[in-house]
Design a protein around this ligand. Structure first.
Ligand SMILES: Nc1nc2c(ncn2[C@@H]2O[C@H](COP(=O)(O)OP(=O)(O)OP(=O)(O)O)[C@@H](O)[C@H]2O)c(=O)[nH]1
Length: 458
């Protein structure tokens, strides 16, 4: 354990440059010593908040230092993000944006939570009027314990750390899944609750049980005309305790058939499941009741863009007036760096929003915008392979593969009757007679006019 008396005064730059510099060697040496004593070192799990100076700046600094040695190891992050309404630090938006900018390339998966959502869960389910950090930390700890249980105990369907990233991250940098945990029941109500796998799973998908608040109202002017409806891209359901695969399958089909829970159309399997037979353990005398089973949901959903929209807006309000910027400059940060961080953050939020528009069937997005999405996101994935294919049926992958190798060069004016790009094409074909060709056509997207007598045209 490394401790110190001086803090970073809520300043990312102080944690990342001046004060951080004094202790970074001591910290990295301690980490190295721990790693040397590991039998089977899988990767790092980093827990921090991004609102203050130490959690944001110093974490980024230490990670930079460790990168050379352990660049290939899996790095997971559990981060406390600024909540939309409650805030304990004025410069929180700066620290959060700089921290995300600095660590975006280091972390493979970032599980995000915010204190507002955690307070709400404690109030609604544990009947605590004024939750403290102890209450909310215990709740988050239960979820993290479920995530790591497969490393510590055996089970019929174990999930290791590497598998999270493969299953949860469909595109580079879209790696911010939300967390939900069930059951959250207070010790005094435990005897009244009937606990089934279906009910637990369903409650994880209810937005009010998510550990990040994505339901905050988007205020007028923040994102004109942009209604962010969450669509699940990929989910990990990690069960613990007295759970059998048959019950899990029933719960998943219940979720899939529930019309209020929306999934993207292009992720056919959508669920990664882990089952561990070790029952959850409660803190003696704690708020959470002891139960014989639990589930933790990790879900990559487009609704997370809402959280960033709120954060970016707050950042812009201050940065446009250059408010508080001198504190960061005084600690060695340059204005260019700050501007760069803002742009990178906006870019990530934009990518999430693009996906949302593309996937919403009622989308009125202009054709050129959809084409841009196809070019920048979808096509590279199809061309260079996507990790989610690992979980598709072999028959499906060979079909996708064969369609990718379709000798389109011979018929550059037509497309196959059925192609993996159907969903995209349906969206893109906003106007009659316009169509999109498969990605192999000399690195270009082709638009052409349908030929009525061509057997490859629909
Ligand atoms: N969930 C949770 N949030 C916390 C806890 N401690 C602090 N926070 C939140 O984390 C954010 C930053 O907290 P600080 O403790 O000021 O940050 P720090 O990383 O220590 O940075 P400096 O104080 O500037 O060195 C605030 O929004 C707090 O509300 C905790 O124990 N649990």
């Amino acid at each position: 354990m490394v401790t110190g008396k001086e803090d970073a005064a809520n300043n990312f730059a102080r944690g990342a440059c001046s004060v951080g510099l004094e202790v970074v060697n001591f910290v990295t040496d301690s980490i190295r010593q721990i790693l040397e004593s590991c039998d089977s070192f899988q990767g790092f799990m980093v827990f921090h908040s991004v609102g203050g100076g130490t959690g944001s700046g110093f974490t980024a600094f230490v990670l930079d230092d460790m990168l050379e040695e352990h660049g290939k190891k899996c790095k997971l992050e559990v981060a406390i993000y600024p909540a939309p309404e409650i805030s304990t630090v004025v410069v929180e938006p700066y620290n959060a944006v700089f921290s995300t900018h600095a660590t975006m390339d280091h972390f493979n998966v970032s599980f995000i939570a915010d204190n507002e959502a955690l307070y709400r869960i404690c109030q609604n389910h544990l009947d605590i009027d004024s939750p403290t950090y102890k209450n909310i930390n215990r709740l988050v700890a239960q979820a993290i314990s479920t995530i790591t249980s497969s490393i510590r105990f055996g089970g019929p369907l174990n999930v290791d750390l590497q598998e999270f990233q493969t299953n949860l991250v469909p595109y580079p940098k879209i790696h911010f899944p939300l967390m939900a945990y069930a059951p959250v029941i207070s010790a005094k109500n435990a005897s009244h609750e009937a606990l089934t796998v279906v009910s637990m799973t369903r409650s994880c998908f209810e937005p009010q049980n998510h550990m990040i608040n994505v339901n905050a109202p988007v205020r007028k002017g923040w994102l004109p005309g942009d209604r962010i409806l969450g669509q699940y891209i990929a989910c990990c359901l990690l069960y613990r305790g007295n759970v059998v695969p048959k019950e899990v399958n029933a719960a998943i089909s219940f979720i899939k058939n529930n019309r209020s829970i929306r999934f993207v159309s292009w992720s056919p399997t959508g669920f990664k499941v882990g089952i561990n037979q070790q029952r959850p353990v409660e803190v003696p005398g704690g708020d959470l009741a002891g139960v014989d089973k639990c589930v933790c949901l990790l879900a990559n959903t487009t609704s997370v863009a809402k959280a960033w929209t709120v954060l970016n807006h707050k950042f812009d309000l201050m940065f446009d007036k250059m408010a508080f910027v001198h504190w960061y400059e005084a600690e060695g940060m340059e204005l260019m760096e700050m501007e760069d961080a803002r742009l990178k953050r906006q870019e990530t939020a934009r990518r999430f929003r693009l996906l949302q528009h593309l996937l919403d069937k009622r989308s009125k997005l202009p054709l050129n915008y959809k084409r841009l999405i196809y070019l920048t996101i979808i096509r590279p994935i199809w061309t260079y392979g996507v990790e989610l294919w690992g979980s598709t049926k072999p028959s499906n992958s060979s079909r996708i593969q064969s369609l990718q190798s379709f000798p389109t060069a011979k018929r550059p004016r037509c497309r196959p009757k059925r192609s993996p790009s159907d969903a995209v094409e349906r969206e893109v074909q906003g106007s009659p007679g316009v169509m999109l060709f498969p990605p192999q056509l000399e690195g270009q997207v082709w638009f052409g006019v349908l030929s009525p007598d061509c057997k490859y045209c629909i």
